[in-house]
Design a protein around this ligand. Structure first.
Ligand SMILES: NC(=O)C1=CN([C@@H]2O[C@H](COP(=O)(O)OP(=O)(O)OC[C@H]3O[C@@H](n4cnc5c(N)ncnc54)[C@H](OP(=O)(O)O)[C@@H]3O)[C@@H](O)[C@H]2O)C=CC1
Ligand SMILES: N=C(CCC(=O)O)C(=O)O
Length: 460
């Protein structure tokens, strides 16, 4: 498929799905699906709009906003909003395309979408962020609704932004409805939603560890390298520590922190607090008392993958294409056994090829192997709990923390089982001893569910 204009991120996301479907027996066993891919890879609707506001200096600023409503065959459009200067149509089409199949993997009635604004909120006041959110929602509110399209957070869209966006929608539409997820607990939010992506990533990875070790191993004692230091990275690190792992790193766009003896929960809370004031990791570890003993080092301009020694688990939790082919080779050389993405398309195709090549070459499932999970499966916990928030909103109730966490864990482990089963069902690999391919299993499972809905409803 040649995408015009040049859209490298979307092309990469499309190629991954295309290659997984073609490198399996799916089209041989069920030829009807061949005609679906060209259709499902075109968004149902793309909305692009001007956003303008007064900044803190009283100057008028302008930026371009988007909402890519990719597919609604399985439910209302559902997906995050990203506020970042790298936001463009290629990035949002890749994110929306991933979201279609990710949301299908939850087993919930959710379509796929993604949106955002080409804008850098860093260092801006709450008041200016509010003005931006109201200006953004002034247009977006024409195109969304609890049964139409339900946005949520993503990079640099967190609880504060969801609050302003929700208030804007309520004022513009005179309607209180579950039109956004990630809301505050005091007005329709769900317990566990802030933690959901990170916790779900750990639950999925735990399922990988247990399967590959015949239930003999868990996170306990594992050395874990994590990138990012935002919402996903923080809660993935906290849950990994709770399960007995040693978290060796976190990072941001300026550099990485490395702790050979592990980062503590208290240090993660200090990072959480510092980031809310737009502080960088370097500033935080230089100022917060919990870092004063000096056991954590900062490396400017670095990603953590090549700065940790022996490692068992790698969890990319920052942004797309944050693990290169060379970094993947370094991780494999340093003993990594499990790679699971918290970020969307966190690994380059070259990195995926490295991980998958080691998996296939493995003589037997019990031998040391590298097992890679794509974000559409392993980071699906966020949108899954968003779906649970929508269910609570529809029933006008709020479930307990334990209920939501148990449901999240069940959704993640069921998704893992589905990926394994589908990979085995449509495998064309001769090495029957190798671990199943989770990237193929995830893409085929999500695609089949969406394709069946589209075929049933006359989309194809
Ligand atoms: N929030 C959610 O519900 C979900 C998020 N995701 C994905 O997880 C990833 C992280 O999202 P989230 O934690 O919510 O976002 P946050 O904004 O909370 O944190 C993002 C982190 O990634 C870093 N980062 C962002 N862009 C870049 C870049 N271009 N280069 C290097 N580092 C970068 C940020 O550093 P800095 O602060 O310096 O910019 C920050 O540490 C994204 O890929 C997102 O799409 C996936 C599923 C659900
Ligand atoms: N940013 C998210 C969360 C989307 C959602 O909760 O609707 C993602 O799944 O990438």
């Amino acid at each position: 498929m040649s995408a015009e204009p040049y859209e490298p991120e979307f092309q990469q996301a499309y190629n991954e799905v295309y290659n997984c479907l073609n490198d399996s027996t799916l089209f041989e066993k069920k030829p009807v699906y061949k005609k679906v891919l060209p259709i499902v890879s075109v968004p149902e609707r793309i909305i692009q709009f001007r956003v303008t506001w007064e900044n803190d200096k009283g100057e008028q600023e302008v930026a371009t906003g988007f909402r890519v409503q990719f597919n609604s065959a399985k439910g209302p459009y559902k997906g995050g909003l990203r506020f970042h200067p790298t936001v463009n149509l290629s990035v949002l089409k890749f994110l929306g395309f991933e979201q279609v199949f990710k949301n299908a993997l939850t087993g919930l009635s959710l379509g796929g979408a993604k949106g955002g604004l080409c804008f850098d909120p860093k260092g801006r006041s709450d008041s200016e962020i509010r003005r931006v959110c109201y200006a953004f929602m002034k247009e977006l509110s024409r195109h969304i609704g609890q049964d139409i399209d339900v946005p949520a957070g993503d990079i640099q869209v967190g609880g504060r932004e969801i609050g302003f966006l929700f208030g804007a929608y309520r004022h513009y539409k005179n309607s209180w409805e579950g039109v956004l997820t990630g809301k505050d607990l005091n007005w329709g939010g769900s317990l566990i939603r802030p933690e959901a992506t990170g916790f779900g990533l750990i639950y999925y990875t735990e399922a990988m560890i247990k399967y590959a070790s015949d239930n003999k191993e868990s996170f306990a004692g594992k050395r874990v390298v994590i990138s990012g230091s935002g919402n996903v990275a923080q809660y993935a690190a906290l849950k990994a520590i709770e399960l007995g792992a040693t978290v060796l790193s976190l990072s941001d766009s300026k550099g990485a922190i490395i702790a050979e003896n592990g980062i503590t929960a208290e240090q993660i809370y200090a990072i959480q607090e510092g980031r809310s004031a737009w502080k960088t990791l370097e500033q935080i570890i230089g100022e917060a008392s919990v870092f004063s003993e000096g056991s954590v080092k900062y490396i400017a301009g670095a990603r953590p993958w090549v700065h940790v020694g022996k490692v068992d688990v790698a969890l990319p939790c920052a942004t797309q294409n944050e693990v290169s082919g060379a970094e993947a080779e370094h991780l494999v050389a340093n003993g990594v056994k499990f790679v699971a993405e918290g970020s969307n398309m966190g690994s380059t195709q070259e990195a995926i090829d490295v991980f998958e090549a080691v998996r296939v070459q493995t003589a037997s499932a019990s031998a040391p192997a590298v097992w890679y999970a794509p974000g559409k499966a392993s980071n699906m916990g966020g949108v899954a709990v968003s779906g649970l928030e929508m269910a609570q909103n529809s029933a006008r109730v709020q479930w307990t923390r334990e209920t939501v966490d148990a449901e999240l864990k069940k959704i993640m482990t069921t998704c893992f089982d589905d990926c394994v089963a589908t990979s085995k069902e449509y495998s064309n690999e001769s090495n029957g001893e190798a671990l199943p391919s989770l990237v193929k299993g995830a893409n085929l499972t999500g695609f089949i569910r969406v394709a069946d809905a589209m075929l049933n409803q006359g989309d194809v």
